[in-house]
Design a protein around this ligand. Structure first.
Ligand SMILES: Cc1cc2nc3c(=O)[nH]c(=O)nc-3n(C[C@H](O)[C@H](O)[C@H](O)COP(=O)(O)O)c2cc1C
Length: 437
């Protein structure tokens, strides 16, 4: 058994939980007020989670079949609320855990991101992070005056400049710039607050930021690049990386690659924590869990519409146009999630679209009792080398208070009994807790 603890986090949008589940309760309608997520944060902190990460997108999509029907019918990407204002509420209800919100480098001005994050870092006393995404939907771009997004790789060039500007703004106040000295009459010392005068290919920003950075200085930076360009960007800037790779071998390959890229950028690879998405299915017995797993992944018409709908949105390819009983044509390309398309092709391996969809989620299969799943997670982590898991409720059926409780009251204690996750938070900021093992 591995002696090293690993990090545990939860991945979620700020949207309706699994509203079709018999355990949805009134959260199907009341999630907008944030209480569901506030309760979740308290519960996950008691269980020893490191952070909650909120993904985001800003569109109602008609990519599937040229209508918004599928997106709204199944509540796929919409309705979805902005996680940024939710974060301070979650922090106010908890004491230690970190919270990450997503803001896109294709849509925000960097000054606003720098200012919002610095403000939230103060409000939360150093417990926030920024998931840096380049976005993948032209339809979202059309909400911000763009006809289409830049090409995939160029979006990362823009993100590179964006992040540089944001970091320079966070650094534009020297430590000690605020003196609040009644005798000299100075609140802030202007000689310690500097313009950044950035003039680049995509942005022109004078600076300085109009407030000093918060307790973390630079809040935690999170990224999920899957393409070579995305991986390199993430390895250069991120404190925490999210990956949805399947098998333990693929996880190890991804983490080794990221660590090598981080070292090539002159970073200590241990500063970059790679978190792998998992969807454990838990039962009181192995048979219970297996039965639940089968029911969860039954290929109903609604499930097909959901899976194809999500792929259509993130890749901006109309999957409704294809014959499901044939393989995906070779010439299909995307300017959206490239690794998503590549992953689908690889998983399909020449099978028809329907067969590929019907396959159970590949890779590491975490189905069983809390103790047996904890043991499997231990084995996988030991093989991969670190750094943690990001739990995600299966969006249509299992993201409910009941599932959160299964994880927080069943799986997390089983992991804790084995010394695999933290039993307390010894540092005061999210970033420091993340770096502590
Ligand atoms: C766990 C995870 C979370 C992600 N969250 C978001 C998100 O909130 N918003 C978004 O536009 N993209 C999100 N993405 C997409 C990534 O930012 C990235 O674009 C994707 O993994 C494809 O990699 P690539 O951009 O290098 O091709 C996420 C991806 C993963 C794996």
């Amino acid at each position: 058994m591995s002696a090293d603890p690993f990090h545990l986090a939860w991945f979620t949008p700020f949207k309706a939980p699994a509203w079709k589940s018999p355990w949805a309760s009134d959260t199907a309608l009341t999630w907008f007020n944030g209480d569901y997520y506030i309760d979740m944060a308290k519960q996950l902190e008691r269980a020893g989670f490191d952070f909650m990460m909120f993904e985001d997108s800003t569109l109602v999509s008609n990519s599937y079949g040229g209508t918004t029907e599928n997106d709204l019918k199944h509540a796929l990407h919409a309705p979805k609320a902005d996680p940024v204002p939710l974060l301070p509420l979650l922090a106010a209800a908890t004491d230690h855990m970190g919270f990450i919100a997503t803001m896109s480098t294709s849509f925000y001005p960097p000054f606003i991101v720098a200012r919002v994050m610095a403000t939230m870092d103060h409000l939360t006393r150093g417990r926030i992070g920024w998931n840096v995404v380049t976005s993948s939907e032209d339809l979202a771009g059309q909400n911000y005056g763009l006809d289409q997004l830049l090409q995939h790789d160029e979006r990362y060039d823009m993100a590179e400049e964006f992040v540089t500007v944001v970091k320079n703004l966070w650094d534009s106040w020297e430590p000690g710039a605020i003196v609040a000295d009644r005798e000299t009459g100075y609140y802030a010392d202007h000689t310690k607050v500097h313009e950044i005068n950035h003039v680049g290919k995509y942005f022109k920003v004078r600076g300085p930021l109009n407030l000093p950075a918060g307790p973390q200085g630079h809040p935690v930076i999170c990224q999920a690049g899957g393409s070579p360009k995305g991986r390199d960007f993430a390895a250069k800037h991120a404190n925490v990386l999210l990956a949805s790779t399947g098998s333990a071998e693929a996880m190890k390959e991804y983490r080794d690659d990221i660590r090598a890229r981080a070292a090539a950028h002159g970073r200590n690879p241990d500063e970059v924590k790679v978190m792998f998405i998992i969807q454990p299915v838990l039962g009181e017995t192995q048979a219970d869990a297996e039965e639940l797993f089968d029911r969860t992944y039954e290929m109903s018409q609604a499930q097909i519409e959901t899976l194809l709908g999500i792929m259509s949105i993130t890749m901006e390819i109309d999957f409704k146009q294809f014959d499901l009983d044939k393989p995906l044509p070779d010439d299909v390309q995307t300017n959206g999630h490239q690794s998503g398309l590549a992953g689908f092709r690889k998983a399909a391996g020449g099978r028809t679209i329907r067969e590929a969809l019907s396959a159970r989620p590949g890779g590491v299969r975490l189905v069983g009792t809390p103790d047996s799943v904890a043991e499997q997670m231990d084995e996988v982590m030991e093989f991969v080398g670190g750094d943690g898991f990001l739990i995600r409720g299966e969006p249509v059926r299992t993201h409910s208070r009941r599932y959160i409780d299964e994880i927080a009251s069943g799986l997390a204690p089983a992991l804790r009994r084995r010394g695999l996750i933290r039993s307390d938070y010894d540092k005061s900021t999210f970033k420091a807790n993340l770096a502590s093992f």
